[in-house]
Design a protein around this ligand. Structure first.
Ligand code: CTP
Ligand code: CA
Length: 226
């Protein structure tokens, strides 16, 4: 990492980062989920801690070691993630939604394991919308509090990202293009950091730590003092 990691330029800042992917239960043993590994969120937690921040990581279904010096809170579903983030938001200077949140959940969760029956077709799974946690955190943020989102787009990356930033009402949005060689679970990422003031910072393909450090730089540019 660069010289920035040696300076405690995030000292005194309380940052809360969500990581991983939510699981929406169908029955006691099954869920709807996604392939998010949580690696980018954990890289954000490690780098912020190294730069002196007080870090809370809200981890949704990750299988990664707890970063040293970071408080880790585990959640499962989008609703649990939402409750944890809203609770943590009260004392936070920076909120980062790096988790992949399910847009939909099953309309009904049953208490017993779903059984198959010979000659009977399965019921379709009805879905309902989950709350948009990033938009909610942005709408409810205190003066001086920064809210950061992530977005993976397969086309029109910059225009789509700009529209998404406006829709969510957040301060910064990290947009990366997916669908090519880059996939979930890798150790590298390439992205553009969009600032609500119109700024645009491209980050070349590199370790997720490097992207994380560039994001903390962008946070400090937008909020130089606390
Ligand atoms: N997000 C969230 N709550 C949701 C869905 C998404 O907080 N219910 C957050 C993600 O954590 C991410 C950002 O919103 O930081 C963008 O997620 P993305 O899936 O790209 O955006 P959506 O608004 O869900 O749009 P799309 O229809 O393209 O999936
Ligand atoms: Ca989505």
């Amino acid at each position: 990492r660069g010289a920035a990691a040696e300076t405690a330029d995030l000292a005194g800042r309380r940052v809360v980062i969500s990581a991983g992917g939510t699981r929406e239960p169908l029955d006691p043993v099954r869920y709807l989920g996604n392939h998010s590994s949580g690696k980018q969120g954990y890289a954000l937690a490690r780098t912020a801690q190294a730069r002196g921040a007080e870090v809370t990581l809200v981890a949704a279904n990750t299988a990664l070691p707890d970063p040293a010096g970071v408080r880790v809170e585990r959640v499962g579903s989008a609703e649990e993630l939402r409750a944890a983030m809203r609770r943590e938001a009260a004392g936070a200077d920076v909120l980062v939604m790096a988790a992949a949140v399910a847009d939909f959940r099953p309309a009904h969760t049953v208490g017993q394991k779903i059984k198959k029956r010979d000659g009977v077709e399965p019921d379709p799974i009805a879905l309902v919308r989950n709350a948009d946690i990033l938009a909610e955190l942005s709408a409810e943020r205190r003066p001086g509090q920064l809210v950061v989102g992530f977005a993976a787009e397969t086309e029109n990356v910059l225009a789509g990202g700009r529209a998404k930033l406006a829709r969510k009402g957040c301060d910064l949005l990290v947009v990366n293009e997916v669908g090519g060689g880059l996939a979930f679970g890798t150790d590298e990422n390439e992205a553009v950091i969009l600032d609500a003031d119109g700024g645009e910072t491209p980050v070349p393909l590199g370790p997720k730590e490097a992207l994380a450090d560039r994001l903390w730089d962008a946070v400090l540019r937008r909020s130089p003092t606390r």
